[in-house]
Design a protein around this ligand. Sequence first.
Ligand SMILES: C[S@@+](CC[C@H](N)C(=O)[O-])C[C@H]1O[C@@H](n2cnc3c(N)ncnc32)[C@H](O)[C@@H]1O
Length: 188
Amino acid sequence: MAQRAIPVKVAAAGRLAAETGFAKSCPPEVGRLLSTAAAAKPAGVIAESGTGAGVGTAWLHSGLAPAARLVTVEREPLLAARAAELFADDPRVEVLTGDWRLLEAHAPFDVFFCDGGGKRDDPERVIDLLAPGGVLIMDDFTPWPQWPPLFQGRVDELRVFYLTHPKLAATEVLTTATTSAVIASRLG
Ligand SMILES: C[S@@+](CC[C@H](N)C(=O)[O-])C[C@H]1O[C@@H](n2cnc3c(N)ncnc32)[C@H](O)[C@@H]1O
């Protein structure tokens, strides 16, 4: 089957991931979801925790409107510096180096791809950083056909937390045959 074109910066970030041996980049299925969410917030603040090699950042960037801005944070200085080079030509993008909490200065977020820091260590804070109507995306879950979702034989309490939180309208979607993502909107 013919594949849709990959955005130029996504391809460049993919090359950086290969060069640095970074193996945790999001797949295109998640990437297109990120692009779609970013495009839905044309004057929005789009955030990402865990830049990695910049693949997810590049997908978010591919949907970024002229009046939107994108901030991402990575705690590994080498990765952050290399990823920053990919976006150096676009003043709408800022790559921060350090802990995910550096993002707080840029909140509230209209889209938050929470992919490195926050998701597990302070989930309540993650939700509080969302603007009303802000969209939270977290990938890398393991699909489970029943409720509650299990992971490694136990109830996946973290997933249940996000899917049932009273401040969120949330759902889980299949991203590949073996992975899913939680997508949630902050209630106004
Ligand atoms: C799953 S990878 C990110 C992949 C990237 N978002 C993408 O889609 O291509 C997670 C990244 O988060 C970073 N990370 C983990 N904990 C962090 C924290 N507390 N603050 C900032 N970055 C963190 C890791 O160094 C790693 O590069």
